[in-house]
Design a protein around this ligand. Structure first.
Ligand code: NDP
Length: 241
């Protein structure tokens, strides 16, 4: 057992999840890293880490990974339900299979991650759920229709969970970034949508680094358990909408 509690991160193989896993590891926490690209997790070589090839759509696999890590490092004190994809596209033309995939990962995957740790946190009356939404969970954008739906879901559930878990002293923090430099655009198949997004991004001078989001999550986590940052909304300064 290490002195600092275990932190679990879904979607730890790139972008915001990877940056957050690195930040908590550097702060001395053991970390459970989950994603489908296990080779990326292994390559991070973080101390006191457990890497698991987990698809967040598989509730049993998420729970099993958490149980394995807890057997080694003690209870998960923070779950970052971060894994997500953005199949952005014109809703009138988009293949509904893309809708299903976004809903399965961004909605069901987040709930599977919550499920794996929530009852333990309630029993211990300690813990933090970090829920990955987006600025697109606060307002809508062209070609973001179902993506926005998934992120509005995360916002709604997070607020309800926050109220419910407050009497158990469990914190719920929702993260709502604007444009962050990650691999998220790899999931955009529609060439027009991708071109428009990239043009808008270039016009505002690009996105910001994932390490800034990670630092804010670490800062919020490090506050005493009776202090909750309810939401982190961070965007490039020049991002108007
Ligand atoms: P990346 O594409 O860099 O990271 C996405 C991560 O999610 C990867 O680690 C990927 O791992 C994982 N993932 C995707 N699908 C699954 C799955 N089925 N099971 C397990 N893991 C999965 O993008 P970001 O870091 O940007 O994305 C992280 C979160 O941030 C997402 O929820 C995204 O919606 C949100 N977000 C991003 C913004 C941005 O501008 N970048 C803005 C606002 C929110 P692997 O493929 O190895 O499984």
């Amino acid at each position: 057992m290490t002195a600092k509690p275990l932190v679990a991160v879904t979607g730890a193989s790139s972008g915001i999840g990877e940056a957050t896993a690195r930040a908590f590891s550097a702060a001395g926490h053991p970390v459970l890293l989950m994603a489908r690209r296990i080779e990326r997790l292994d390559a991070m070589r973080l101390p006191n880490s457990i890497c698991r090839k987990v698809d967040v759509r598989d509730r049993t696999a998420v729970t099993a990974a958490v149980r394995d890590a807890e057997a080694e490092f003690g209870p998960v004190d923070m779950m970052f339900a971060n894994a997500g994809i953005a199949r952005l596209g014109d809703i009138g033309k988009q293949d509904p299979a893309d809708w299903d995939e976004m809903i399965a990962i961004n909605v069901n995957g987040v709930m599977n991650s919550v499920h794996a740790v929530m009852s333990g946190m309630m029993a211990r009356r300690h813990g933090t759920l970090v829920m990955m939404s987006s600025i697109a969970g606060r307002k809508v954008y062209p070609d973001h229709t179902v993506y926005c739906g998934t992120k509005f879901f995360v916002h709604g559930v997070s607020e309800s969970l926050r109220e419910y878990l407050s009497s158990y002293d469990v914190r719920v923090l929702v993260v709502s970034p604007g444009i962050i430099e990650t691999e998220v655009l790899d999931g955009v198949k529609d060439p027009d949508t991708l071109a428009n997004y990239k043009a808008n991004k270039a016009a505002i001078g690009g996105g910001i680094g994932a390490e800034h989001v990670a630092k804010l999550i670490l800062d919020a986590y490090q506050l005493p358990q009776n202090a909750l940052v309810q939401e982190i909304c961070i965007t490039p300064t020049r991002q108007k909408y």
